[in-house]
Design a protein around this ligand. Structure first.
Ligand code: UD1
Length: 417
C-alpha cells in the first residue's frame, strides 16, 4: 500500500516535461491490433493502466516490449479474441479493446466492465453502435459474447452523448469495416484526434476527427507505424494546480496549449499568469488568488471532468467562493470529504460543490479513492501547513508517471513510502 508523505508550503520552481497522455496511449495500444508489422509508440507513459493494456495485448498473442518511453507492439501473432475477467477488471477502460478485437477477429468475448470508482459506467452506447455495424452481442453472467460472422460493415451512428470510449470503439471497429461509417455527436477530445492520426498514418481513411461528425471509410489492411503520443493535458493541469496552490513559478515543456484552452483561462481569472511559446508554458501564481468562476465539467472543448479535483484544491486556497458543477460522472466528488479533513470548506449537493476558499489547510492523513481524486488531494497537501499522508496511491499510478519525482524535482517535499 503506497502512500505519499508531503510536507506542504514549499515553493516550486524549475522546468518539467509533461508525460505522454494515458487516454491516448490506451486506445492507440488497442489500435495496434488492426495493423500488420511492428508499431513503435513513443512518449508512452509508464503507468499501471498502460501495463494492464500491454498485458491484454500479450494475452491476445501480440509481442510487446517497453523500452523507456517507447512501446513496441507487433500483433501479427494474435491468436485469441477473449479477454479474461481479471485483465478486464484491472482497468475499466479495457472496454476500448472490444472494437479492435472484433475488427481483427470478427468475434470477441470479454467480461462486462460493470461499475467503477466513478459510479456506474454504462457501455450501452458502445454496444448499440457495434450492433448497428453487424455485431451480434449476447450478455450472459457478466460476459459479453460478440460475433460478426459476415464481418463488420459501415453504419450511420448518432451518439446521444459524445462518449469518448464509444467514439473510440466505433472508430476502431470502422477503420477496417466494409463501407463507410459516420458518427454524429462524436467526442472531440484531443485523444480522439491522436488515435485517428495513428490510424491514418497506418493507412486508414478518417475525416473530421476533432469535430462533431467523423466519417470513416473502411480499408482492408492497415500497416504498423511509428507514432508519438500527445502530451497529457490533465497532468499539465495538475502541475499548474500544484504551482498555483504554492504561489510558485514553473515551466512546463512539451505541451500543446490549444489542448488547455478551457483550463488556462480559469487560472488567469484567478490571477495567475500563463504564457505559452514553442510548446513551453511559463506559469506563475500570485500570493493570493481570486475565486474561480463557476466551473462546469463538459465534454471537450469544455472544462474536463478529469481536472475537476486538482482545481478544487486550487479553489480551496483562493479568496472567496467557487462553485463546481460535475456534469459527466455521478460519483466524482469522493475527494471532497478527505479535502475537508485537510481544512477545506466544501459542501456538496448532488452534482454541485461549493468551495469557500482561503481557509487555512493543515496536514492530516487522507485516503484517495480514485485517480483524479488522488491528484486533487496531493495538490491540497502541497498547500497545507505540516505533514500530510495521502494513501490510495495505487490510483494515482494509473495515470501519473513518477509523480513524486516530478514534484520533488520542482522543489516539493514529497516522498513515496
Ligand atoms: C474517458 C476518459 C476519462 C474521462 C472521460 C470523460 C479514457 C481512458 N478515459 O472515459 O478519463 O474522465 O472520458 O472525459 O479516455 N456513458 C453512457 N453510456 C456509454 C458510455 C458512456 O451513459 O455507453 C456516460 C458515462 O456514464 C459518463 C459519460 O457518458 O457519464 C462520459 O463517459 P465517456 O465519455 O464514455 O468516458 P470514458 O470513455 O469512460
Amino acid at each position: 500500500m503506497s502512500k505519499f508523505v508531503i510536507n506542504g508550503k514549499r515553493r516550486l520552481c524549475g522546468e518539467v516535461e509533461v508525460q505522454g497522455a494515458k487516454n491516448s496511449s490506451l486506445p492507440i495500444l488497442a489500435a495496434t491490433l488492426l495493423t500488420k508489422g511492428e508499431n513503435v509508440l513513443l512518449n508512452c507513459p509508464t503507468l499501471t493502466d498502460v501495463d494492464a493494456a500491454m498485458r491484454i495485448l500479450r494475452y491476445l498473442g501480440c509481442s510487446v516490449d517497453k523500452v523507456g518511453s517507447a512501446v513496441l507492439v507487433n500483433s501479427d501473432g494474435m491468436n485469441r479474441s477473449d479477454i479474461p475477467d481479471d485483465l478486464m477488471r484491472e482497468m475499466r477502460s479495457s472496454i476500448v479493446f472490444i472494437g479492435a478485437v472484433l475488427a481483427r477477429f470478427r468475434n470477441a468475448t470479454l467480461s462486462f466492465p460493470g461499475g467503477c470508482e466513478l459510479g456506474p459506467r454504462p457501455i450501452d452506447l458502445h454496444l448499440k453502435a457495434l450492433r448497428k455495424m453487424g455485431v451480434d452481442i449476447t450478455e450472459r453472467h457478466g460476459i459479453l459474447e460478440c460475433s460478426a460472422p459476415k464481418g463488420l460493415h459501415g453504419a450511420k451512428i448518432a451518439l446521444s452523448f459524445p462518449s469518448v470510449g464509444a467514439t473510440e470503439n466505433i472508430i476502431l471497429a470502422a477503420a477496417t469495416a466494409q463501407g463507410t461509417t459516420t458518427i454524429t455527436n462524436a467526442a472531440r477530445e484531443p485523444e480522439i484526434v491522436d488515435l485517428c492520426e495513428f490510424l491514418c498514418d497506418a493507412g486508414a481513411e478518417i475525416y473530421g476527427a476533432g469535430e462533431g461528425t467523423i466519417l470513416i471509410d473502411g480499408k482492408s489492411e492497415l500497416y504498423a507505424v511509428s507514432h508519438t503520443i500527445i502530451p497529457d493535458r490533465i497532468v499539465a493541469a495538475s502541475l499548474m494546480s500544484a504551482a498555483a496552490v504554492t504561489g510558485s513559478e514553473i515551466t512546463l515543456s512539451g505541451i500543446i496549449p490549444s489542448h488547455l484552452s478551457s483550463i488556462i483561462p480559469v487560472f488567469e481569472e484567478a490571477g495567475c499568469s500563463v504564457s505559452c511559446k514553442h510548446g513551453r508554458m511559463k506559469f506563475s501564481a500570485p500570493e493570493h488568488m481570486r475565486a474561480l468562476s463557476m466551473l462546469r465539467t463538459m465534454p471537450y472543448p469544455g472544462f474536463p471532468t478529469d481536472a475537476q479535483a486538482p482545481l478544487m484544491a486550487v479553489a480551496a486556497v483562493c479568496d472567496g467562493t467557487s462553485v463546481f458543477v460535475e456534469n459527466i460522472f455521478e460519483n466524482r466528488f469522493k475527494h471532497v470529504g478527505e479535502m475537508c479533513r485537510l481544512g477545506a470548506d466544501i459542501s456538496v449537493q448532488g452534482k454541485v460543490a461549493v468551495v469557500n476558499g482561503a481557509r487555512p489547510l493543515y496536514g492530516a492523513n487522507v485516503e484517495a479513492e480514485d485517480l483524479r481524486g488522488a491528484a486533487g488531494l496531493i495538490t491540497a497537501a502541497l498547500a497545507a501547513e505540516g505533514t500530510t499522508e495521502v494513501g490510495g496511491i495505487k490510483y494515482l499510478m494509473r495515470g501519473y508517471e513518477s509523480y513524486e519525482k516530478v514534484l520533488s524535482d520542482l522543489g516539493a517535499d514529497v516522498r513515496k513510502i
